[in-house]
Each structure stands twice: as C-alpha cells, then as structure tokens.
Design a protein around this ligand. Structure first.
Ligand SMILES: *Cc1c(COP(=O)(O)O)cnc(C)c1O
Length: 229
C-alpha cells in the first residue's frame, strides 16, 4: 500500500511543481510516520524515501532503536522543553519552534553536546486558538533574538494550516507565510537567510507547493489513516 500511495503522491508533487514552474528538486517530501509501524517505514525507505517526520520525542527514540540506517528525521510536532535534550543527535530539523523559551532550551541542550541544529519557526497563520505557533506579527522579533544563538540556525518558517474540505481555502495562508519569509529576509538580519517553507499536508500539499513549499509533510496520503488508541 505504501509503495502505491507514494507513487500517487510523487506524481501529484511533480504536477504541482510543473504548474508552478518549479523544479521537483526544490521540494522535499517528508513522510509523516507518526503512530505507524517500523515495517511501513521500511517500505517507504525501499521506495526511496529518506526523510521522515514524527511528532513525539519518545516515538523517535523508539523507532531509531530499530532503524539505524542514515535517514533524515524531522521533529514536526509540539515540543516540550524538558524533552529537547533527547533530540540532540537524533533529528536534522525541528519544525515546531513556537517560543523564545523553547529556542533557549534548544540552544542550551545542543550547545552542551557541541551540536548545531537547523530549526523552523512555527507560525499560526490563521490565528486558530487550538493551534500552536507565533502570530505573524511577532515572528520577526523572535527571529531577531534567536539569530544570536550560536548553535541554532533559523532555516525558515512552518505552518499547520486549518483542516478544510477545499484546499483552496488554505492558499492565502501559504502565500502569506511565504510573504512573511521574504519580508523578514529583506530586513538583512545578521545570521538570518531563510529559504525553507514547511507547509502542506495530505489535504493541501499541492496548493502549498504552488505557493512555494520546500517541505511538504504527508502522513495519511502515504501510510493511510491513523488509528489512535
Ligand atoms: C500529523 C502531521 C502531519 C501529517 O498529516 P496528514 O494530514 O496525515 O498528512 C503534518 N504535519 C504535522 C505537524 C503533523 O502533526
């Protein structure tokens, strides 16, 4: 199932790139494997996937006990400060930095082990109460402060768009996230030259690619519905 699903997703990514006049190489597909077994991850690996997204630190730790091949693991979910130290050496991106306090913790824990980490700043573009993320208006200020942290590199912005029936409803949020990135880059802040946009999930990744996504986070579309106990 995973192999067939990946074929469909890959084709849709290519078509979206074509429509937008973008190179396929500009977009990285993150296979969001949360709650899914190692066997399914292995099937995706066999199909050529090397980047996986998880939203729980403990699940990353457990899965890495069984999967020791070199992969890019991305932490995409809400991160508690007391869990940060377990991520050192385990992930290549943290997508979900939503406060200065969390960034300070990341700086401290990674510095202690002499490691650097690329992060994305999570922005709540639709202003949903239920979602984490900075307000667009406060994002620049927080980035200015994080820019001074020697063990952190701010690579870009991430958003989790609202759950909608028609993906076109999220186009403006994606467009505005890209605008925010361009706007902050134009301020020429020392150590800030962002070029990564993590936006788009199973329901709306094609629209996100048309609006400039460089990472799309696709779970259900690859691994099927998640069943939570
Ligand atoms: C679960 C999750 C996804 C994947 O969602 P799907 O709709 O299954 O593709 C993407 N991003 C984040 C942050 C997630 O937690």
């Amino acid at each position: 199932m995973v192999t067939e699903n990946l074929k469909v997703v890959e084709e849709k990514i290519q078509n979206a790139c074509m429509r937008a006049g973008r190179d396929r190489g500009e977009v990285t597909l993150i296979a969001v494997s949360k709650t899914k077994p190692v066997a399914m991850i292995r099937e995706a690996m066999s199909a050529g996937i090397v980047t996986f997204g998880e939203n729980k630190v403990q699940e990353i730790v457990e899965k890495q006990k069984e999967i020791t091949e070199p992969l890019n693991w991305h932490m995409i979910g809400h991160l508690q400060r007391n869990k940060v130290k377990q991520l050192v050496g385990r992930v290549s991106r943290i997508h979900s930095v939503d406060s200065l306090r969390l960034a300070e913790q990341i700086q401290n824990d990674f510095a202690r082990q002499n490691e650097k980490i690329g992060i994305l700043i999570e922005v709540n573009m639709a202003g949903e109460e239920s979602k984490f993320g900075l307000a667009p208006e406060e994002t620049e200020d927080v980035i200015r402060k994080i820019a001074a942290f020697p063990n952190i590199e701010v690579k870009g912005l991430m958003t989790i768009a609202p759950f909608v029936a028609d993906p076109e409803e999220n186009r403006l949020h994606f467009r505005n996230l890209r605008k925010l990135l361009v706007d902050i880059n134009s301020k020429n802040i020392d150590n800030v030259n962002m070029n990564e946009l993590s936006m788009g999930m199973t329901g709306d990744y094609e629209v996100a690619i048309e609006e400039g996504a460089t990472f799309v986070r696709v779970g259900t579309g690859i691994f099927g519905e998640r069943i939570y106990q």
